[in-house]
Design a protein around this ligand. Sequence first.
Ligand code: PHE
Ligand code: NA
Length: 447
Amino acid sequence: MIGHREQWSSRLAFVLAAAGSAVGLGNIWRFSYVTGTNGGAAFVLIYLVAIVMIGYPLVVTEITIGRKTQRNPVGAFLSLAPGTPWWLIGAMGVSAGFVILSFYSIVAGWALAYIFKAVAGFAPDMDFAGTFMGHIGSVWPPIFWHALFMLLTLGIIVAGVIKGIQRWVRILMPALFGILLILVLRSLTLDGAGAGVAFYLSPRFDEVTAQTFLAAIGQAFFTLSLGMGAMITYGSYLSEKHTIPDNAGWVVGLDTLIAVIAGFAIFPAVFALGFDPAAGPGLAFITLPAVFAAMPGGSLFGVLFFLLLGVAALTSAISLLEVVVAWLVDEKQWSRPKASLLMGAAIFVIGIPCTLGYSLLSHVRFFGMDILDTYDFLASNLLLPLGGLLTAFFAGHVWSARELCREANRPAGNIRIGRWFGVMIKYIAPAAIALVMVTGLFQKFSG
Ligand code: PHE
Ligand code: NA
C-alpha cells in the first residue's frame, strides 16, 4: 500500500455517505415494485423483520471489519485471516459490485431520461406504457443515458473520498430528503389516496410463499448495500475515534424510513389513478408519469421525482464503484484515476446487454426473466445473501464474535452491542439466510 488512506472528516460525513449508499433505486423503484408484486404489506412485514434481525447486525459487522482493517473487502479478509481462502468472500463482493452497477446504471439512465420527459410535460392522454416501452426498447437513447450516468459516477470517484464522495453526499442527501417530503405530501392529499394506503398497510398472507421470503431477504440486502463489501469499504475510511453501533443505527433507520415513506408516495398515487400496483419494474416509470399528468403542477412534481431517483441512484452508484476502485488501489497499486476510468468503462460495457434485452436481445430469457432482471436476480437473491451469510459466519466463528463485539463497541457510544448480537451473527443470521435461500431458490427453479 502506498500513500496514506483518506478518512471521513466527521461523523456526519460518514453517516451521509453510508446512508447515501443505502438509499437509492432500491428504496424507491425496486422496493415499490417488489412490494407490489409480492403481496403488499405481508411482504413489507417480512422485510422489516429481515432488516432488524439480519440487516442491522450485518451493517455493524461490515463497518467494523472495514474500520478495523482499513482495507477494501478483499484486503480486509486477507488481513483478518492471512493465508486462508476467506478473501474469496471479498472477491465475490467485488464481482457483485460489477454486476449490480452495470444494471443499476441502466435504470438510473431511465430516470435521467425521464427528468427531460417531465420537463417537456406529461399529458393526460399520453400512452404511458407505450412511452416507457418505447424508451427502454430503443437501442441508442438508453445507452446514451447509461453512459452519462457512468460518467457522473466515475467523475465523483476519480476525485476521491473527501473531494468526491463526501463533498457530493453533503449536497445531494439533504436535497433528496427535501424532494421526497414534498412528494409524499402531494401524493397523500390526492383524491382516492386511501385505497393505496389500504393496499400498502393490509397484509395478504395467503400470497406469501418461500419466494416471498427470498424476495424480502434479497430486498433487505440490496437496500442496505450489504453482502458485497460496500459497508466494509466505507467503514475502512472511518477513523478509530468514531463509534459504530449508533452510526449504523442511523444508516439502517434512514434507509428503512425512506423506503416506507416512498411507499406512501407511490401506492396512494397509483390507486388514486386506478393503476395496477403489480405492474412490475415499470411501476415508477409508467404509473407515476400518469399520476403527474393528472394532477395540477404535475410537470414540476414529475421533474422533482425523477431528479430524486437520479440523485438517490448517484449516491449509491459511487459506493458500488468505490468498492471496485478501492480493491485495485489497495491490492494492485493502481492509481485512483486509472482504476476509476477503466472499471467505469468495463461496467458500462457489461451493462449494455441489460438494455439490449428490451430491444435487439429481447428473445433472450433465463427462467422467464429478461437480461436486466437476470442480473438483478443473480446479484440480489444469490450473490448478496451468500456474501452476507459467509461474512456473518466468518465474523462470528473465524474472526470470533467476541473480537467483533469488542471492536464494534470501541469507543463507547450510545448503543452497546452485547450477547444477543453474537447469537444473531453466529447462528441466527447464517441459518435464516441459508434456509430462505435454499427453499426460495428450490421453489423458483423447480417451477
Ligand atoms: N443500496 C442501494 C439501493 O438501495 C443499492 C446498492 C446495493 C448500493 C449494493 C451499493 C451496494 O439502491
Ligand atoms: Na436502499
